[in-house]
Design a protein around this ligand. Structure first.
Ligand SMILES: *[C@@H]1O[C@H](CO)[C@@H](O)[C@H](O)[C@H]1NC(C)=O
Ligand SMILES: *[C@@H]1O[C@H](CO)[C@@H](O)[C@H](O)[C@H]1NC(C)=O
Ligand SMILES: *[C@@H]1O[C@H](CO)[C@@H](O)[C@H](O)[C@H]1NC(C)=O
Ligand SMILES: *[C@@H]1O[C@H](CO)[C@@H](O)[C@H](O)[C@H]1NC(C)=O
Ligand SMILES: *[C@@H]1O[C@H](CO)[C@@H](O)[C@H](O)[C@H]1NC(C)=O
Length: 780
């Protein structure tokens, strides 16, 4: 599970940091990277350039030697690893703690915070198959003139030889594009083309903390060793590749969402993680380069608007008109597990598609249980023979290292020649397969526990493996523990499409409510993020294990990392179709047209419980690209609206300054509450005061549909409150006309749990739906 691998990575990083700390403690306190935000309006006249001013500021806090000389000047300049200028104003520098403390006092400094490490949001579940075009997106999207839109992807780089980046037939690069093709080992100018229009690397923050990149082991160039960046870039805007067939598995066309949009690659993630100073520099660059849509499949920053560099930099990007989509995180199914919750970001959760890879486990007692698998290898288990089955866990409700098949825990005497049941969790799924294989096991049954419920993600294991849900797992374990000679066999049935129900919210997809601001509804939407096929690096096998010698052009991954670029690509299409739409308008179109019913016409279910999902799981619902193109009405917002939202967040003037930069923006206090932000979703947090039973929120819609039209409101019923909309009808007489309405909540009986529902405006053609969640603050 991703959450676990992230934890392990963090643990590892912590211990590496501890080691380097204690090594240099003898001299003086260790240097670390700080990001320093500067107020450009405070720059003294004597400096003609920002950089000069920055280094002089740093110089003023360095411990000065007895005799003043040029060395300190030089050292100060050397300490600065980045200078930022578009999305963010300031710099990143290597400082000792006491220097950082002194720097904080400088009157030009707005904020100062230490470097943080972000992680990619993949669940590392590669497998292989052929892809059908995404349902409903292939036909109409081809007519959109999307070649002037550039999608910037912050990730691990790109494998340029992938056929997904073939630029045959593409129009010349837009004239206003200011990006560059940076070169390095394994990446030359000719690796950029009309599809990959930009490729840059950001490593100074990473190197400042982790030491020089070993260029023998890692490409210090835009080339993608990991595969994640190639996959996300191709998902957003890859060219169509017909007959994408993998190791003989099912064929189909692999394609990105915005076929002709351009890709600009910003490599910010390295073997040891993605560093905030590098991310900040990449976003800053992307804005200057002329990127239109930013796709960011990573997270893990501080839960704060003004200290999370992703939140700050994306505010700057939004200010410059960029649409930003980010992965919600893979911390599900726990509540409050969301990351990237700033309202100017589109936060994307993950759901399944209608495609599956069935496989079965047949027990010695004749019982047949179904699961999934993408195993395909030379060693197939024959179905007419039974193989001994073993489960090393003593108690299926208690996980232990052996039942999890962690490295070094399996005794070859016990498992050789057998099918081994391994519980999901802690270690990567493919690694469990490797552990079983190394111990001489014949096959593996990968068993879900309560954490994953019935959600099945298949991987390209190196030995025959079937992944099964929690219920089947319990039944198999029971059979195994109650039989003296338990037997089983595994069978692999290929690819199946038309799976019902789908979509289903992935168990791993991070859940609301939004801990930072409950009035801002998150996640925003869900999009396909389970078993996604897209381009892959030529550097590692599909399982990502070093022992995997296979090389594939396409791979299957799962994670909110995969759902995010689906939304980025669709946003690129919307931007191409409606160049004048603001980032908020694009987001509104995606949210108000999203659907919440699956292909059996029932509410979308949650894989972790099997029960209907709610807005904390799926947000406004599953994206519906063709409907988003013509949403009828939009809930628009500008930079000042988002700023006014921040004004409701009890930030100090200095903390607000982080967002205003050198502009004269100030709080006009036009929002009565954060819930009054003109968000396309409505979260009413009702106060617990018997005297205060009536609560009102405000919204304004802009007509982007038929110029003369009349919309009627329909709002769902709630148990705890009556909800009314005023006026009940909105009559538009022209395009872009704005009309406002009020939503009034009158508490009838306070509920202990949140209630969910929705508001729909309809003119008979368009349906503009906002989810509503009502939360009652607990009695104190
Ligand atoms: C790129 O696509 C064109 C047409 O679809 C095809 O003829 C050509 O062989 C492809 N090039 C590569 C390198 O795959
Ligand atoms: C398992 O298979 C072995 C060998 O084929 C057989 O002797 C044994 O009876 C089987 N056990 C069960 C429970 O089917
Ligand atoms: C593996 O065995 C199953 C059952 O006999 C069969 O249907 C399948 O085609 C085999 N797969 C391969 C790759 O040989
Ligand atoms: C397994 O563990 C659970 C919880 O610790 C306990 O309630 C149950 O009795 C145990 N079962 C066995 C068979 O030991
Ligand atoms: C902010 O500055 C702009 C021009 O730079 C000016 O047009 C605007 O009126 C100013 N706003 C306030 C609130 O001072």
């Amino acid at each position: 599970m991703a959450g676990n691998s992230v934890t392990w990575l963090l643990l590892c990083l912590t211990c590496c940091l501890t080691i380097s700390l204690s090594a240099s403690l003898a001299t003086s306190s260790t240097m670390r990277t700080y990001i320093i935000q500067m107020d450009h309006s405070k720059r003294p006249q004597s400096f003609t350039e920002h950089f000069e001013w920055y280094s002089s500021t740093v110089e003023s806090v360095l411990a000065k030697p007895e005799t003043e000389d040029d060395d300190t000047v030089e050292e100060a300049a050397d300490r600065i690893i980045y200078s930022y200028g578009t999305a963010f104003h300031g710099f990143a520098a290597q400082l000792r703690e006491e220097e950082a403390e002194r720097l904080k006092e400088d009157h030009g400094v707005v904020a100062l915070y230490p470097e943080t490490v972000y992680q990619l949001h993949t669940t590392r579940s590669p497998m292989f198959l052929g892809l059908e075009p995404e349902s409903g997106i292939s036909v109409w999207a081809d007519d959109i003139f999307d070649h002037d839109v550039v999608v910037g992807v912050l990730d691990t780089g790109v494998w340029p030889e992938s056929p997904s980046f073939n630029d045959t037939g593409m129009a010349p690069i837009p004239k206003n594009w200011r990006g560059a093709c940076e070169t390095g080992r394994g990446f030359s100018k000719r690796n950029c083309n009309r599809k990959i229009v930009g490729a840059r690397i950001f490593y100074r923050g990473y190197e400042a903390t982790s030491g020089k990149i070993n260029e023998q082991e890692e490409y210090k160039s835009p080339r993608d060793q990991d595969g994640h960046g190639t996959h996300t870039a191709a998902t957003a805007a890859g060219s169509p590749v017909p007959g994408a067939s993998l190791l003989g598995y099912a064929g189909g066309t692999a394609r990105g969402m915005a076929l002709k949009a351009r890709v600009a690659v910003y490599k910010v993630c390295w073997a040891g993680g993605c560093f905030s100073s590098d991310i900040l520099s990449a976003i800053d660059r992307a804005v200057a380069d002329g990127v239109n849509v930013l796709s960011i499949s990573l997270g893990g920053g501080v839960s704060s608007y003004y200290r999370d560099s992703l939140s700050i930099a994306t505010f700057g990007a939004m200010e410059m008109g960029l649409f930003v989509s980010c992965s919600a995180g893979n911390g599900g199914p726990d509540s409050f597990s969301l990351t990237n919750v700033s309202p100017w970001i589109t936060t994307v959760g993950a759901s399944t598609m209608d495609r599956d890879f069935p496989a079965t486990v047949k027990l010695g007692n004749g019982k047949l249980l179904s699961g999934v698998s993408l195993y395909k290898g030379r060693r197939n288990l024959s179905t007419d023979k039974q193989y001994p089955l073993v489960y090393m866990g003593s108690n299926s409700s208690n996980l232990d290292p052996t039942s999890l098949c962690l490295e070094g825990t399996l005794d070859p005497h016990t498992v050789a020649g057998k099918i081994v049941i391994c519980d999901r969790g802690i270690s990567p799924r493919v690694q469990k397969g490797q552990v079983v294989k190394d111990a001489g096991g014949l096959g593996m049954i990968l068993a879900n526990t309560a954490a994953n419920g019935e959600e099945l993600v298949a991987d390209s294991h190196l030995l025959p493996t079937v992944a099964i849900g929690e219920t089947s797992a319990k039944s198999i374990k029971h059979y195994t523990q109650t039989n003296p000679h338990p037997n089983a066999t595994l069978a692999f049935l290929g690819t199946k499409v038309g799976i019902r129900p789908s979509p289903v919210v992935a168990a791993f997809s991070s859940r609301g409510p939004n801990l930072l601001t409950p009035e801002i509804f998150k996640p925003d939407v869900v999009a396909p993020g389970v078993n996604i096929l897209a381009a892959w690096t030529g550097d590692v096998g599909p399982s990502t294990l070093s022992t995997d010698r296979r090389r594939v052009k396409f791979n299957i991954l799962s994670g909110t990392s995969m759902s995010c670029p689906h939304v980025s690509g669709v946003a690129a299409l919307l931007k191409a179709k409606h160049p004048d739409w603001s980032p908020a308008a694009i987001k509104s179109a995606l949210m108000t047209t999203a659907y919440v019913h699956d292909n059996t016409q029932k509410p979308i279910i949650d894989a972790s419980t099997g029960a209907p999902s709610n807005c904390f799981d799926h947000g406004a619902g599953h994206i519906n690209p063709s409907k988003a193109l013509d949403p009828g009405l939009i809930y628009d917002m500008g930079v000042q609206d988002y700023f006014e939202f921040l004004c409701t967040q009890k930030l100090t003037p200095m903390q607000l300054k982080v967002f205003t930069k050198s502009s004269n923006r100030s709080c006009q206090h036009i929002l009565a509450s954060p819930g009054d932000l003109n968000y396309p979703a409505i979260s009413a947090v009702l106060p617990d005061q018997p005297s205060n039973r009536v609560f009102t929120l405000h919204r304004t819609v802009t007509n982007v549909g038929t110029p003369v039209s009349k919309y009627h409101a329909r709002v769902s019923r709630f148990t705890g409150a009556s909800v009314t909309v005023k006026p009940q009808a909105l009559t538009f007489t022209k395009k872009y006309q704005k009309l406002s309405f009020k939503i009034t909540f009158t508490t009838k009986s306070q509920q202990s749990k949140p209630e969910f529902g929705g508001l729909t405006w309809t003119d008979g053609v368009h349906r503009v739906t906002s989810p509503i969640v009502i939360t009652w603050l607990p009695k104190i």
